[in-house]
Design a protein around this ligand. Structure first.
Ligand SMILES: *[C@@H]1O[C@H](CO)[C@@H](O)[C@H](O)[C@H]1NC(C)=O
Ligand SMILES: *[C@@H]1O[C@H](CO)[C@@H](O)[C@H](O)[C@H]1NC(C)=O
Ligand SMILES: *[C@@H]1O[C@H](CO)[C@@H](O)[C@H](O)[C@H]1NC(C)=O
Ligand SMILES: *[C@@H]1O[C@H](CO)[C@@H](O)[C@H](O)[C@H]1NC(C)=O
Ligand SMILES: *[C@@H]1O[C@H](CO)[C@@H](O)[C@H](O)[C@H]1NC(C)=O
Ligand SMILES: *[C@@H]1O[C@H](CO)[C@@H](O)[C@H](O)[C@H]1NC(C)=O
Ligand SMILES: *[C@@H]1O[C@H](CO)[C@@H](O)[C@H](O)[C@H]1NC(C)=O
Ligand SMILES: *[C@@H]1O[C@H](CO)[C@@H](O)[C@H](O)[C@H]1NC(C)=O
Ligand SMILES: *[C@@H]1O[C@H](CO)[C@@H](O)[C@H](O)[C@H]1NC(C)=O
Ligand SMILES: *[C@@H]1O[C@H](CO)[C@@H](O)[C@H](O)[C@H]1NC(C)=O
Ligand SMILES: *[C@@H]1O[C@H](CO)[C@@H](O)[C@H](O)[C@H]1NC(C)=O
Length: 523
């Protein structure tokens, strides 16, 4: 009898307890947003994402032939995109486009130098602060980076190794441009120097090892984003010891535009190459071609080891894996020995394959996909509200997994490039004069200040490329990719002038597009 009465009239102790409860409640209320986020995350943990980004790997000249295991483990159990493009064919501008989801005219990274905004203070204050990892991190993803970042990363003018870009929880980035040995890393802001012992230092192997370590140490309740950027197959294409004799009979493909003159119908730079190429130049490019394939064999191993690890930690079926390259490459096309930087298909097309939840296996998709679409696709997967993100690209989740999203792809897009040159004449190639760069071997220059162009590439309706140069000739090149897949004939003087005018207007509009207007292609 006394029991219920006693409890109805709280004692001093019970009041204290009630007060404590009130405080607890307040604390809980304050913590509510985080809790809500957590419970959402727990209710259905978002999928993990992996991006493997190779350096200079082409798709047009057989660049994916050596990566057989990667194709079996990613593309064959997911999708291959047969029309994947970089919006600019040079490392630093392209990687900046991948990180920001923006065309170069919006992130303003023009070349591989600090003065061209490659990892510059202006880039750090601006575009990098709203790159995709920042949003993923806010979405409670654990983010991990290993490998080459931007060509000037870690240099003095870029803030040194102590500077870790925002959005990354774990950071193992290469200082400067691609190397296989004898390099420096920033490991979460601390300098780590490496020598040339295969077991300890080979960079392609090291970055997958670090990602495996990360998978062991991560917090299993949270989703993760892993980005691995191996140096392969960029020069100096140093193969792992066990692969140094692979592909000993392989040569660069001889079909298409190989060893053809650029010809009078192409812009100034393409009228320069020695044609036919010297035998020594052909030997040089065959050697490069073979070594690129050898270096890629370690990338193939990287994919195999990472997929195996994801399986071991039981995350494979909840992980999207993207595999792509920063841009393409050429070896002897139009008599240009080795490089990228040109508007042609071999330089702007990239490999792209993806596996993951909701993606049916064994698909090849024709929808055009750009490197600026990677960021929006990651954020879409992570559940970020895209109306609060200012990117030029668009998610291609609808193309890969229509059961998860509906959406249409774009009919045409922009490719833009600012040529690199040297202000002084190259002493080894005095006849070329100033304004050019990358003049080797045999004084064939691969770039020039006036190799500055912008193109519209359409795939729907017309399979056409229309390019305008910022040079003294205001040169225009137009290709019908259906009739002429190797771009041997510039049809600017043959094509219907009305079509040229339409393409020119699209180009002008895209060159100043921002965000939504880059995707609005009604016009
Ligand atoms: C570098 O980027 C900043 C803004 O981030 C811009 O103001 C500047 O013009 C850019 N430099 C070049 C060379 O494009
Ligand atoms: C690495 O540096 C050492 C010391 O400078 C040099 O002897 C070695 O040849 C270099 N190795 C490679 C693969 O470049
Ligand atoms: C990577 O890990 C493998 C397996 O543990 C090891 O054999 C190899 O030496 C490591 N390589 C580097 C560069 O860390
Ligand atoms: C270049 O190579 C071709 C084919 O191998 C050969 O016929 C030709 O004689 C060589 N030219 C020179 C100058 O060595
Ligand atoms: C992944 O596989 C595990 C069993 O290995 C299963 O419990 C889980 O539901 C699967 N997840 C998805 C997203 O299919
Ligand atoms: C993939 O598609 C091809 C052609 O459509 C078919 O022959 C093959 O059996 C398919 N493979 C798998 C694993 O579904
Ligand atoms: C996304 O953000 C926009 C603009 O802030 C807002 O109007 C919309 O309701 C948000 N959508 C969702 C699903 O939260
Ligand atoms: C996509 O559209 C189709 C047909 O309109 C519809 O049946 C399907 O549910 C939609 N899928 C999603 C994920 O909204
Ligand atoms: C990079 O871009 C900057 C700014 O436009 C320019 O001053 C510099 O000469 C360029 N570097 C090269 C190597 O072309
Ligand atoms: C391009 O630049 C080079 C080197 O400065 C110059 O010689 C050439 O005349 C230029 N060509 C055009 C078409 O602007
Ligand atoms: C491109 O070539 C195809 C195949 O020869 C032809 O049908 C089409 O009309 C051409 N397009 C243009 C714009 O010339």
């Amino acid at each position: 009898m006394a029991g219920p009465r006693a409890s109805a009239r709280p004692s001093g102790g019970a009041w204290r307890c009630a007060a404590q409860l009130l405080v607890l409640l307040l604390v809980l209320l304050l913590a509510l947003p985080t809790c809500a986020q957590w419970s959402r995350a727990r209710a259905k943990k978002p999928s993990n994402i992996v991006l493997i980004l190779t350096d200079d790997q082409d798709v047009v000249l057989g660049g994916t032939t050596p990566i057989k295991k990667a194709k079996a483990l990613i593309g064959d159990v997911g999708v291959y995109f047969s029309n994947a493009f970089a919006v600019t064919p040079l490392c630093c501008p392209s990687r900046s486009s991948i990180l920001t989801g923006k065309y170069p005219h919006n992130h303003e990274v023009r070349n591989n130098s600090l003065s061209g905004n490659c990892s510059s203070p202006a880039w750090q204050r601006g575009p990098e602060a709203s790159a995709f990892p920042v949003y993923l991190n806010k979405q409670l993803y654990q983010t991990f980076y290993a490998g080459k970042y931007l060509n000037q990363y870690g240099t003095k003018g870029s803030g040194g190794v102590s500077r870790v870009p925002p959005g990354w929880d774990q950071w193992h980035a290469l200082v400067g441009n691609s190397q296989y040995y004898n390099y420096t890393l920033s490991v979460n802001g601390k300098e780590e120097k490496h020598g040339d012992s295969y077991d300890k230092d080979y960079l392609t192997d090291l970055i997958v090892n670090r990602s495996i370590q990360f998978l062991d140490e991560r917090s299993p309740q949270r989703p993760f984003f892993i980005m691995l950027a191996p140096p392969a197959p960029h020069s100096p294409y140093v193969a792992a010891p066990q692969y140094q004799n692979s592909f000993s009979n392989v040569k660069a493909p001889r079909d298409g535009s190989f060893n053809k003159p650029g010809g009078k119908d192409k812009h100034w730079l393409l009228r320069q190459p020695v044609n036919p190429m010297a035998n020594s130049s052909i030997e040089f490019l065959d050697n490069a071609f073979r070594k690129r394939w050898q270096a890629l064999l370690s990338v193939d191993d990287l994919v195999e080891r990472l997929v195996k690890k994801l399986e071991d930690v039981k995350e494979l079926n909840n992980t999207y894996i993207f595999f792509t390259s920063d841009h393409g490459y050429h070896t002897g096309q139009f008599s240009l020995p080795i490089d990228k930087r040109q508007l042609y298909e071999f330089d702007i097309r990239v490999p792209l394959m993806v596996r993951g939840p909701g993606i049916k296996p064994n698909q090849t998709l024709q929808a055009p996909v750009l490197n600026i679409d990677l960021g929006p696709t990651f954020l879409d997967i992570a559940g970020v509200n895209m109306s609060q993100v200012n990117m030029d690209g668009q998610s291609f989740l609808p193309q890969m997994a229509p059961s998860l999203r509906n959406g249409t792809s774009r009919p045409y897009f922009l490719v833009e490039y600012t040529g690199e040159g040297c202000t002084n004449s190259n002493p080894d190639c005095p006849k070329m004069g100033p304004g050019v760069s990358q003049c080797f071997p045999n004084c064939v220059c691969e770039d020039a200040f006036n190799n500055t162009y912008a193109c519209v590439r359409t795939l729907t309706g017309y399979n056409l490329q229309y390019c305008e140069f910022a040079d003294t000739e205001s040169f225009v090149e137009v290709y019908n990719l259906t009739a002429d897949p190797h771009q041997l004939e510039n049809i600017v003087k043959k094509v219907d002038p009305v079509l040229l005018q339409t393409m020119n207007q699209r180009l002008i509009r895209l060159q100043s597009c921002v965000g939504r207007s880059c995707r609005d292609t009604k016009y």
